[in-house]
Structure formats: structure tokens, C-alpha cells
Write a protein of this length. Structure first.
Lengths: 210, 120, 702
């Protein structure tokens, strides 16, 4: 154990007498990022399940995504979500300058665009239900609907969170707590865009292709 | 634990956001998604080639978003986020890849498969 | 959208009705009376001694990682006892219901448990032992020890830590509720598709199982994030990665596994819930569902989970061996590498739980080889422990005995695991009690390590040692029980006894079943010895008091602070110079050296919010189980509302002034000095609890 002779006991520093403290904000954002990654694992497992349940026999001779996905309609959802993420980013530009109005207008725009995304998604699901395609139709549609709606549920909770942050920043301004949460929410919202790329390409478009 | 007196706006994670970066990320993502949608909707390519192209589109988009939106790099403030992402990615691939592999083998042995009716 | 139900349902109470209460069950009804009387007696005692305020202020609202850890361990020990009783019931049923001539009582044709009830008992036994005994016990130890070992004042997120505990407690409460309200799943702890679908299991048992697992998965994931962030972000100055104590390394690797694998469980069960509640077809036999998909998703979590519980146990052994061998740990770097190798490989082996699915030779070979690879890092660990003891000055104290026992069991369990890794053998013994004996050997490694750690770290948390004599009595009784139960079980496995038999047809197996019954009787005696151990130790607590270094030969940072650990852990955060900091300081006569000056300490406030949210998650899970929709919605909205309220409140924490810290330290050092001179330092009736001995009475609100 060579490690046992490297420090001189006579001069060694024993106590940290200038308590340097911990960086509260980055400790929080790190933990939240870990949560997001574990959330990503939920999606990975869900994609694995979708992969197993998207063979032709999984649809039990019923409708397949090729017959009910409309690429350009879903592309509109993509545009709405990406714009919402961009708006949030612009809001963070406002935060960087310390501008409350800049941040709030960015958040508000992100909120509205997120609502648009969710509205398009709900409309799509209602439309499918009208055609008799629900989670009960077959293993394949179960996987399709569960996967896309899990993403939509994330968007829903993200919207709740954005609304809370708008209120909180209006009331409390930029404190360590609110800024830390804005940073965590930024990662959450951007992560939803990243996951949407996979959902869009591998569930909607690939499903439409086959 | 005594960062309260500092102005949180000066925190490096706030200061690293860049409107130009967000805009670049947005343009790249939207452009590639448009390309993928167009190719799929027009059906102008053979399925396998199309799948490859849209997979590449997805990969570039995700990398662009991770870089421009999540700001993951190896700077001091982001290193642990990057390390954890790098540790997670193989697990995502393992989860999806091995599951897909074992079930494609299983289906090969147990399911009556007609030609051209494999995984999509 | 909702699936039609077989039984009755009403909007107010969902499926809950009076006939769901098993008041005429000859086993459960008396048990309920005993439990109810016990609870009443406890409430009466707390009221009589006016301890509600103390309980609320010091325990229920605490965010102190040590107290939360102690509560985790209490949950773990209580549930270990419940799981043990389930095991006793299983063994008794099998030895009784053996052969066509065996008698039957209480409505059973053979034995005393009907097949449906027996199914619930073994399902509850498995679930409880893995997720409510092993997991909380290990999470409890990680909670207590890791922040002290890295020199932090608390976890990275103290409030989240409390939330994790109360959600785990809600899961424990839910599975206990299933005893007396409705029934529990009879599908085995891991669940069989499509048996758990609503057509085949129309009762609420499977729903209890789903929501219990979901709560526990949530609680454990939150804890995992907390421990990783604590280790990455909160280390004391000077503590570079390769000066990290070995138990902390083990906790880090284990929690990386927890964080990455528990989502798979959450998802798998969400899909089961979707099948049962919404009528989807993920795991149904028809309409495009795939029942093996469930098994696959479950074991994607299930196998990493096994290593999530074994790695901290390895870490505990790595702490105990050096202290009682008076040598540094042999091969520290390889030990760390082995932990991470095991964590990595744990992600490549899950198919070995269902080799017989028939995925084909390529797939089975891949997973077989990956499984065998686990033996390499584990072997490295075994040799490292052996070389740590080699030529050491060994003390066979009770903690050391438990650790050595764990090492022996690891050999038995590990080698039989290598046998099972070979698909050809696996096909032979699949679903036999050989497999059961194998994984019990492995899980008992954890139990041995945990009991060793209870003895090892008890003085650190409570300030006095457990009685050595009774700890050894317990160890030998427990080990005799282990031999008695599991050696015959390995044999029966080779003879072809399949697992989970409520009726054992082959009378030639009777001697082995009797031997197992004797073994479980010895386990019962060891449980008695444990209670005696607690009684004797608490009675002699003044005599058995210890100073900061309880064993005199300890090595890592937790032994640098007082015993019991003050609520702020360290008066001044130590600066780390060496890997085995305490051993190094002792070697150079620096242990007694105190800091020249004290600083203000910033601590988080207590909060009842975590307890409220935990209670609401119980209500939510209970309402989901019984399909009481208004209550589901209400509790979900309440949980979200409380989270929002909490986010508006925030927590500024409070400051302990440096002068106050100095006063408390003086007190603690005076106590230490009195122990050295043998004077009786405890005031009469003093009860040392973690953080209380020198608790700081704050003037402001609570």
C-alpha cells in the first residue's frame, strides 16, 4: 500500500476550516439529470416492448400504423414541440440577462406551443378512437398508444411545471431555488424534444413505412 | 451550502445558455425532421434505404439537441452530466438491442412468418 | 375504456365490500386480533410516556440521514420477520402435506393452507424478502454510512431522502393491508403472464402486488439518485476518487444499477396495470400480445436488482474484514474494479432466468457466457477478502463471524450459480428447488452481511455495543438453520422437486422435508436469540458504551466522529489525506487532535411534507387497487398540490452558530473522556439515539 507514506503527518491539513460549501444549484441539476436518464430508461424499455409488439402478427390482423399514421399531421406536432423548446431556450436567454419579462414571455410561449402539441395529440387519439383503434384493439396498437401517450403525459406534467414556474418567478423572482428549478425544467423540456425525435422517427414514420 | 448570497443568475449553468445555439439546434432538428417526413410520405426510396436514412436523421438530430440544447460537453460544469449520459447510453442500446435480438430469434422459431413480414 | 369486472363495484367504495375482509379465516382472523392488540398497546405506551411530540419532532418529520436510515432498517427488520414467518408457513405446509395420506385442516385437503392461500404466502414471501427486507436494510445502511464516510453533513437532498423513506413505508403498509383487506397475488413474486391478467386473476391480489412494487421501485429510485449525487458532489476536500472508502464505492456501483434498472420494473408493471385496468393486450395470450415479453421486461430489472442488493453486502464485508484482521483491505483497486465489472455485466445476463423460453442456441450461449463472466470479478473479491485475512491479526468477534459466514455462503451460492449458468444444466433443474436453494444461498449472503453490519455499525449509531455473547449464539443458531434448510433443498432439487408445491406428492422426500423443518426451527431459535440480544444489549447499554473508534482498529472516516454521531456529523469537515484516514491518523497519533476553531453549520429544516406525501401515495395505491376512482383522483391531485406548495416554501435551512457547535463538541469530548476513565457517563434513564445525545435545542419554530 504505497498510499500509506505519501502524506507527511506533521504538516498535513486535518480540517477544512474555510468551509467552502457546496454548489446548491449544480448539485440539484445533477440529481435531476440523473432522474431524467432513469426516465429515459423507461422509454428505452418501452421502445423494446414496442419492438417486440410491432411485428405483423402483433396487430392480430387489425389496423397497423401504416393505415392510421398521417406523417404530415404528426410533423405539425414536431414543429409545435420544437418551437416550444426553442421558446423556452429564448426564455433562458432572458434569464441570462436577468430580465424577468424576457424569461416570462419565453415560458409563456413555450407553454402555449406545448398546449398546441398536446391538443394535436389528443385530437389524433380521438380520431383513432373514432375509427375503432384503441389501446384494446391489439397488442400492436396497445404498444403504439401506450408509448406515444407516455410521451404526451410527460408533456402534460411539463406544462403544469411551466405554469408553476411562471407563477413562482412572478412572485419570488430569481432566487437560488427558482433558478435551480428553471434549469432543471430546461433539461426536462429539452429531453422531451430528444425523446420525441425517437418517437416520431421510429414509431410514427417507421410505422407508417411498413 | 452557503451560496445563497451569490446572485444565482451568475451561476455558470445559467450563463452557458446561448440563443444562437438554441436557434442552430432548432434549425438542424426541424430541417432533418422535415427531410425524413418528406422522404417517408413520398415513398420515393426502397424501405431499407429509407430506414437507414431516417435513422441517420434521428441520430444527427439527437446529437445536435444534446449538444446545443442540453449543453453536454466535457467542461467542468457539465462533466458529470456527460459521464452519466455516456454510462446510460450503452444500457439503452442493450435493453432495446438484446430484447429485439432474443425475440426475433424466438419468433423465427415459433411464429409462422411469411416472406417480407418480419420486423416491419 | 375500463375493463369489465367479475365482482361487484360501487362508485363510493370501488370493489371494497365487507365480504373482502377475511374475518372467518382461521389463520388471518386471530392474527388480526394479535396485530390490532399490539398496535393498541404501542399507541397506549406512546401516549402514557408522552412520546408523541418526541416521535413527531425527532423521527416522523426528520430529514436527518441517520434517523431515516435507522427507520429504513427498522422497516427492513420488521418485514424480514414477516417474510420469515411466511417461510416458516411454507416449510410447515410442505412437510405436512406430503403424500396422499397426509391430513388436512382449515379447509385444505392436505396440510393447513389451501392452494390459493399457499400461493399468496410464497408470493408475499418472495416480494417481501427482496424488496421490503433486503432492499430497505441495505438502503438504510447506505443512508447512515455513506454521507459520514464521504464527510458530508447530510445527503445531497435531505428532503428527497425522507420522501423515499415514506414511500417505501407506504409500500410496506400496502402489502400488510393485503393481509386483512382482500387478498394478495398468488402469481409468485415475479408474476406469471398471462395468469395475472384480469380474466385469470379477477381479484385484487394482483393489483396489490402491482402497486406495492411500483411504490417500492419509486422509493428506491429516489434513494439511488440521492446516494449517487451525495457521492459525486458532497465529498470532503481531499477525498479523491481513490481515497473513497470501499463501502461507498460499493454503494455507488449498486445505486447506479438501481437507478438504471428500476425504471424497467416500473414500466413492466405499468404495462401489467394497463392490461388489467384498460384492457390492453401487452401480455395476453391472444390478440397480438406476447406473454414472454413480460418475463423479459421483468428480468431486465430483476437481474440487475440482484446485484443491487449483493454489491452493498460485498461492501459491508469489505469494511468488516480489514477491521478485524488489523490490515488494510487487500487489493482496493481491484475491489473497486470488480464492483463495477459486476455492475456492468449485470446488464447482460437477464435471459438466464428464462433459458427455457427457447430463444435459440446463439441467444442462450451469449447469455450463458455473460453469466459465467460474473464469476471472474466475484472470484477476485473472494480472493481479496481471503488475502485480507491472510497473516492478519484476526479477532473472531460476532461481526467477523457473520462476514466469514457470508463468504462461505457466497462460495456455495456462487458455484451453484455457475452450474445454473450452463443452459444444459439449467434445462434440467429449471423451476426446481435447486434454483430456490441457489438464490437463497446468495440472498443469505446479504442477510449475513447485514447482521454483521448491524453489530459492526450499531455502536457508531447508538453509542454502545451489542452483546457479543448473544450475537454469537444467534450466529451459530442461524448458521445451523441455514445448513438444515438449504442442504436438503439442494438435494431435493436434484431429485426433481419443483418449486412452489402446496402438496408434495413423493413420500420418499419426507426425511428431507423434515430436515428442512428442523432447520427452520433453528432459524426460529435464532430469531429468539436476536430479541434476547437486543434486550441484553439495551439493558447493559451503560456498561457497553464506546468512544468514537468503537473497535479500536477501524479504518474509514465514519470512525472519526463521535458515537453516537451528532446530527451535524462532523463539527468541522475533515480534510482527507489518506485512503484509510482514521487508520492513518491513529498511526500518527492524530486521532485525538481537534480542530483549532469551529465554524457556523448550515443544516436543513425538518418537514412533515415528506410524511404527508408518503401517506398520500399509500392512499393512491390503495384506491387504485380497489378501483375507487374519486379517491385516486383526489389523492393524485393532493400529491401534486403538496409538491407545488413545497416548491413555493423552499427550505432556507438554519444556522448553528460556531459558539454553539463548540459547546456541543466540548460536551461530546467530555463524554468521550468519561468513557475512557470508566465513569458512568449516561444520565439515569438516558436513551442514546442517533443525534440525540448532544441534540441542539433550537429556539425558533419547528
Amino acid at each position: 500500500m504505497s498510499a500509506h507514506s505519501s502524506t507527511d503527518p506533521k504538516t498535513a491539513v486535518l480540517w477544512d476550516t474555510h468551509d467552502h460549501g457546496h454548489d446548491v444549484i449544480s448539485t440539484r441539476t445533477f440529481g435531476f439529470f440523473l432522474y431524467l436518464l432513469s426516465d429515459g430508461m423507461i422509454f428505452a424499455t418501452l421502445f423494446a416492448a414496442y419492438g417486440v409488439l410491432s411485428y405483423s402478427h402483433s396487430y392480430a390482423a387489425g389496423p397497423t400504423p401504416a393505415s392510421f399514421v398521417h406523417p404530415w399531421y404528426t410533423f405539425l406536432q414536431t414543429v409545435a414541440l420544437f418551437l416550444s423548446v426553442l421558446a423556452y431556450g429564448m426564455g433562458m436567454g432572458g434569464l441570462k440577462r436577468g430580465s424577468k419579462s424576457g424569461l416570462l414571455s419565453g415560458l409563456l410561449a413555450a407553454f402555449v406551443l406545448g398546449v398546441v402539441f398536446l391538443g394535436l395529440d389528443i385530437h389524433d387519439m380521438m380520431d383513432l378512437a373514432d375509427h375503432g383503434i384503441t389501446i384494446m384493439t391489439s397488442g400492436g396498437t396497445s404498444a403504439f398508444i401506450f408509448l406515444t401517450q407516455t410521451h404526451a403525459a410527460h408533456i402534460f406534467f411539463g406544462l403544469v411545471w411551466i405554469a408553476v414556474m411562471i407563477l413562482q418567478v412572478m412572485i419570488q423572482g430569481f432566487t437560488t431555488d427558482t433558478v435551480g428549478r428553471l434549469l432543471s425544467l430546461r433539461m426536462f423540456w429539452h429531453m422531451q424534444a430528444i425523446i420525441w425525435v425517437f418517437v416520431y422517427i421510429f414509431v410514427y414514420l417507421w410505422g407508417y413505412m411498413s | 451550502m452557503s451560496q445563497g448570497h451569490d446572485n444565482p443568475i451568475h451561476h455558470p449553468e445559467v450563463q452557458m445558455s446561448s440563443s444562437r445555439g438554441y436557434f442552430t439546434g432548432f434549425l438542424i432538428s426541424l430541417g432533418l425532421m422535415f427531410l425524413a417526413t418528406f422522404l417517408v410520405a413520398s415513398g420515393s426510396m426502397p424501405p431499407f434505404g429509407l430506414l437507414m436514412v431516417i435513422t441517420i436523421c434521428a441520430a444527427i438530430t439527437v446529437i445536435a439537441q444534446i449538444y446545443f440544447l442540453l449543453h453536454l460537453d466535457i467542461s467542468e460544469h457539465n462533466i458529470w452530466n456527460t459521464v452519466s449520459l455516456v454510462l446510460f447510453i450503452p444500457l439503452f442500446i442493450i435493453t432495446i438491442g438484446l430484447t429485439w435480438w432474443m425475440f426475433s430469434q424466438l419468433y423465427l422459431r415459433t411464429m409462422p412468418m411469411m416472406p417480407g413480414m418480419g420486423m416491419h | 375504456m375500463l375493463v369489465p369486472l367479475a365482482g361487484g363495484w360501487n362508485p363510493l367504495l370501488g370493489r371494497l365490500a365487507l365480504d373482502q375482509i377475511p374475518y372467518n379465516n382461521p389463520i388471518l382472523a386471530p392474527l388480526f386480533v394479535v396485530v390490532a392488540l399490539g398496535a393498541l398497546a404501542l399507541i397506549a405506551l406512546i401516549t402514557y410516556y408522552h412520546k408523541w411530540g418526541y416521535l413527531w419532532k425527532e423521527w416522523l418529520t426528520t430529514v436527518d440521514h441517520k434517523k431515516l436510515g435507522v427507520m429504513y432498517i427498522i422497516i427492513g427488520l420488521v418485514m424480514l420477520f414477516r417474510g420469515f414467518v411466511d417461510g416458516l408457513m411454507i416449510r410447515t405446509q410442505q412437510v405436512w402435506a406430503n403424500g396422499p395420506d397426509s391430513s388436512g385442516v382449515f379447509g385444505a385437503v392436505h396440510g393447513y393452507l389451501t392452494p390459493f392461500h399457499f400461493g399468496q404466502v410464497y408470493s408475499a414471501h418472495g416480494l417481501i424478502m427482496i424488496l421490503l427486507a433486503a432492499t430497505p436494510l441495505l438502503v438504510g445502511f447506505m443512508n447512515i454510512i455513506v454521507p459520514i464516510q464521504v464527510g458530508a453533513r447530510d445527503m445531497a437532498y435531505p428532503y428527497l431522502n425522507a420522501l423515499g423513506l415514506w414511500i417505501t413505508a407506504a409500500g410496506a403498509a400496502l402489502i400488510m393491508a393485503s393481509l386483512f383487506i382482500g387478498d394478495f397475488s398468488h402469481n409468485g413474486w415475479f408474476g406469471y403472464a398471462p395468469l395475472f391478467e384480469i380474466q385469470y386473476s379477477p381479484g385484487v391480489g394482483v393489483d396489490y402486488w402491482i402497486w406495492t412494487l411500483e411504490l417500492l421501485a419509486l422509493g428506491t429510485s429516489l434513494g439511488g439518485i440521492n446516494i449517487i449525487a451525495t457521492i459525486v458532489k458532497m465529498r470532503a476536500p481531499g477525498m479523491s476518487w481513490f481515497k473513497l472508502p470501499i463501502f461507498t464505492w460499493a454503494s455507488l456501483s449498486a445505486n447506479i444499477i438501481a437507478l438504471t434498472s428500476f425504471p424497467a420494473l416500473q414500466l413492466a408493471l405499468a404495462l401489467v396495470a394497463s392490461d388489467r385496468y384498460l384492457g390492453s393486450h401487452f401480455f395476453t395470450a391472444g390478440l397480438g400480445g406476447n406473454l414472454m415479453l413480460y418475463t423479459n421486461l421483468f428480468w431486465i430489472w430483476g437481474h440487475p436488482e440482484v446485484y443491487f442488493v449483493i454489491l452493498p453486502a460485498f461492501g459491508m464485508m469489505s469494511e468488516i474484514f480489514p477491521v478485524f484482521s488489523e490490515k488494510p483491505l487487500f487489493g482496493y483497486i481491484t475491489m473497486v474494479a470488480a464492483s463495477f465489472a459486476i455492475a456492468g455485466v449485470s446488464w447482460l445476463v437477464w435471459l438466464h432466468h428464462f433459458f427455457t423460453m427457447g430463444a435459440g442456441p446463439e441467444v442462450n450461449s451469449f447469455f450463458s457466457i455473460a453469466t459465467m463472466l460474473v464469476g471472474i470479478p466475484t472470484g477476485v473479491k473472494v480472493f481479496n477478502w481471503a488475502f485480507t485475512m491472510y497473516r492478519g491479526r484476526l479477532t473472531f468477534s460476532a461481526a467477523m463471524l457473520w462476514a466469514i459466514g457470508a463468504l462461505f455462503l457466497l462460495l456455495v451460492g456462487g458455484l451453484t450459480g455457475m452450474m445454473l449458468a450452463i443452459p444444459a444444466i439449467n434445462y434440467m433443474v429449471h423451476n426446481s428447488v435447486f434454483v430456490v436453494a441457489h438464490f437463497h444461498s446468495m440472498l443469505l449472503v446479504i442477510v449475513y452481511a447485514v447482521f454483521g453490519s448491524v453489530i459492526f455499525w450499531f455502536p457508531k449509531v447508538f453509542g454502545f455495543k451489542l452483546d457479543e455473547y448473544w450475537a454469537k449464539v444467534m450466529f451459530w443458531l442461524f448458521s445451523a438453520g441455514t445448513v438444515g434448510v438449504f442442504v436438503p433443498m439442494y438435494m431435493l432439487g436434484f431429485m426433481g422437486e419443483t418449486r412452489r408445491l402446496d402438496y408434495v406428492f413423493n413420500t420418499a422426500w419426507h426425511p428431507y422435508l423434515v430436515a428442512e423443518e428442523i432447520g427452520i426451527f433453528l432459524y426460529c431459535l435464532s430469531v429468539v436469540a436476536f430479541f434476547v440480544l437486543l434486550y441484553v444489549s439495551i439493558r447493559d447499554r451503560v456498561k457497553n458504551q464506546v468512544g468514537q473508534d468503537a473497535w479500536g482498529t477501524s479504518r474509514s472516516l465514519e470512525w472519526l466522529t463521535h458515537s453516537p454521531v451528532p446530527f451535524y456529523n462532523f463539527a468541522v469537515i475533515p480534510h482527507i489525506n489518506e485512503r484509510d484516514e482514521v487508520a492513518w491518523r491513529r498511526q500518527h497519533g492524530l486521532v485525538q487532535k481537534q480542530p483549532e476553531k469551529y465554524l457556523d453549520i448550515h443544516m436543513p429544516n425538518n418537514t412533515g411534507m415528506a410524511l404527508y406525501i408518503g401517506a398520500l401515495t399509500f392512499v393512491l395505491a390503495f384506491a387504485l387497487t380497489w378501483r375507487i376512482w374519486w379517491l385516486c383522483l383526489g389523492s393524485l391531485v393532493a400529491i401534486i398540490a403538496l409538491m407545488i406548495v413545497r416548491s413555493f416554501q423552499g427550505d432556507a435551512g438554519y444556522i448553528i452558530p460556531a459558539a454553539e457547535v463548540e459547546r456541543m463538541e466540548k460536551e461530546a469530548l467530555a463524554r468521550e473522556a468519561r468513557i475512557q476513565t470508566g465513569a458512568h457517563p449516561l444520565p439515569a434513564g438516558g436513551r442514546p439515539v442517533p443525534g440525540e445525545a448532544i441534540a441542539y435545542e433550537r429556539q425558533d419554530k419547528l
